[in-house]
Design a protein around this ligand. Structure first.
Ligand code: IMP
Ligand code: MG
Length: 181
């Protein structure tokens, strides 16, 4: 497979992303005026959004990372999400903000919310850059949403297709390029 087998269409420009990040950061800071939130980026995809969001949020914040992976279960065709990398900070009594690049079925976020809720944070909120809400299968409440996207597959600004395109500075819709196999 080479790079020309996919076609990318610009969907959200760098300027639109910057405006969106500023707006989301203002909403978060308005709600977290008196506190130091523990910001938990969900690897790998959230790393670019998180870097920009945290700089827009300003002080004070603390930072950590988690990673959720889906593994095929031998008894079932549906894969179960697993917390593959856990946070290192103690979140008991803290205000936690989960930061995700894109929410699709909601399965991985629902798993992480359950996992972290067991540690008794004071609050647990979610900021997602992209909300594919028409595809939701698991109930998760997104407190801060950058962009609502109805369908298709996105790459860039942290989001990948087979680990590629995460470093593109804008967001693109990816489609197979017909007649170019
Ligand atoms: P969910 O568990 O079904 O909500 O899937 C969420 C995860 O799948 C995201 O954190 C992404 O890593 C990945 N994902 C879902 N949709 C896309 C997409 O359009 N582009 C890139 N990654 C995606
Ligand atoms: Mg992700």
């Amino acid at each position: 497979m080479n790079r020309t087998s996919e076609h990318l269409t610009l969907l959200v420009s760098e300027k639109q992303i910057a405006d969106t990040v500023r707006r989301v950061a203002a909403e978060i800071r308005r709600d977290a005026k008196e506190t130091t939130p523990v910001c938990v980026g969900i690897l790998k995809g959230a790393f670019v959004f998180m870097a920009d969001l945290l700089r827009a949020l300003g002080e004070p914040v603390e930072l950590d990372f988690a990673r959720v992976s889906s593994y095929a279960d031998s008894d079932s065709p549906v894969s179960e999400p697993v917390v593959e990398h856990d946070i290192s900070l103690d979140i008991e009594g803290r205000d936690v903000l989960l930061i995700e690049d894109i929410v699709d079925t909601g399965r991985s976020l629902a798993c992480l919310v359950e996992h972290l809720s067991a540690r008794s944070p004071r609050s647990l909120k979610i900021a997602a850059l992209v909300d594919k809400r028409t595809r939701r299968q698991f109930r998760v409440r997104l407190d801060y949403v950058g962009i609502i996207f109805e369908g298709g597959f996105l790459v860039g600004y942290g989001m990948d297709f087979a680990e590629r395109y995460r470093n593109l500075p804008a967001i693109y819709e990816l489609r197979p390029r017909h007649g170019d196999q």
